[in-house]
Design a protein around this ligand. Structure first.
Ligand SMILES: [Zn+2]
Length: 400
């Protein structure tokens, strides 16, 4: 079995910092972690000295759509879907992302990709197609379902297809003809999904963009929300009480702030190229306004003690698969210290996604998914843009 010894300046293990770390990898697993001194290692071990770098667990993007390539329509046919997803995930891996949760892709495309476990691609945690009402948000890559009976049947089907998560579209969204402020399913319908999923041991996450949808979800027993921006300005639901309920019930929110904020640099670039473009000016003002509103909402969640995990919504519109660092910088703007932002993309995310026993930490017995970055990301998250080395399942990317 191949083994690898890494020596670096510093290590973030998912929770704490360790100086002068030595990490021994044997086969696919981390087998020893020491400060200052090498652990015992065999004669065939490859030693990699990485001066000036910090080691950290491979990053986790908890919200992607791997089969999308911008826009809202995935390509047709299993081969095209798998090609697009593999290309996107390769970009993610180069950016240090070693696990993704796919939050909605057509049919069984991502289940097959997950089970193929292609070398050099991140591990996939898969929700399969999202459940949405006929014509509802994300219907072009979801499964259109209405009523308690159909919802139950769909959850049974998806469980049989071996998904890891059930994703439900709880309100409208960016899909034309849908309204982000209007809930799509009743509490009874959501409860049917949660109960049926529980029979199969599956967690449920709900796409929610307003307080009412979050509140309905909580009534139905939902404990995970995507986006999940409680909105005090437009809602009849008491903001403080909702935040407290989210915190005390241990809810996890994956806020995907970048899904809104990524428009800002794009529009700034467009304006730089054509300063008289009044539409771009108006769009930029709107993107800035929405970004500020989402940051306020997510900041309120953080202050209230709601657990947050990092996800980008990569694949949706112009969100890229290497953009996770942008989401972490936004989480920092919501009040998370850099080290907590890092945890939201490693240990906290792994625990929330149900893979916390093998991913999200650098510790003996864990899968050897880790990265080395130049500099110290606990001081400056920007250094995550300088990934020097990605190791997935014990294999350095450049040695595949
Ligand atoms: Zn999404």
């Amino acid at each position: 079995m191949s083994s690898l010894l890494l020596r670096a300046d510093s290590l973030f293990d998912g929770a704490n910092l360790l100086p002068s770390p030595r990490v021994l990898i044997t086969g696919e697993l981390i087998t020893a972690v020491r400060a200052h001194d090498d652990p015992a290692y065999g004669p065939g071990t490859t030693v990699m000295d990485l001066p000036g770098t910090t080691l950290l667990p491979g990053l986790i993007d908890s919200h992607v759509h791997a089969t999308l390539r911008g826009g809202m329509s995935p390509p047709n046919g299993p081969e095209a879907l798998s090609d697009v997803a593999a290309g996107n995930l390769r970009v993610a891996a180069q950016a240090g992302i070693t696990t993704v949760r796919d939050c909605g892709s057509p049919g069984d495309s991502m289940i097959r990709l997950r089970d193929t476990a292609m070398r050099g691609l991140p591990h996939c945690v898969v929700a399969g197609p999202a459940l949405t009402p006929p014509g509802g948000h994300a219907h072009s890559f979801g499964r259109e379902v209405s009523g308690v009976g159909e919802l139950r049947e769909s959850v049974h089907d998806l469980a049989k297809a071996n998904v890891d998560w059930i994703k439900v579209i709880g309100c409208g969204g960016g899909t034309p003809g849908t309204d982000p402020l209007v809930s799509t399913y009743t509490a009874d319908e959501l409860r049917a999904v949660v109960q049926t999923a529980r029979e199969h041991g599956l967690p449920v996450t709900v796409h929610a963009l307003n307080s009412e949808t979050i509140s309905l979800g909580l009534d139905a027993g939902v404990r995970h929300f995507e986006h999940g921006w409680p909105d005090q300005a437009r809602s009849s639901i008491a903001h403080g009480a909702l935040l407290e309920r989210l915190a005390t019930t241990g809810v996890v929110i994956c806020p995907t702030i970048w899904a809104v904020a990524h428009r800002v640099p794009l529009l700034r670039r467009r304006l730089r190229d054509s300063p008289s473009d009044s539409q771009a000016r108006a769009d930029l003002d709107e993107a800035l306004r929405r970004t500020d509103a989402v940051i306020r909402s997510v900041g309120d969640c953080h202050t209230a003690g709601v657990r947050l995990i990092a996800g980008t919504d990569a694949g949706w519109r112009d969100v890229g698969f290497a953009d996770l660092v942008d989401e972490l910088l936004l989480l920092q703007r919501c009040g998370l210290p850099a080290i907590d932002a890092l945890a939201s993309a490693t240990r906290v995310a792994a625990d929330a996604l149900g893979v916390g026993a093998r991913a999200g930490r650098i510790a003996p017995g864990y899968t050897a998914d880790l990265i080395a970055v130049a500099g110290d990301p606990t001081v400056d998250l920007e250094v995550l843009r300088r990934v020097r080395l990605t190791i997935i399942g014990g294999r350095p990317l450049d040695q595949l």
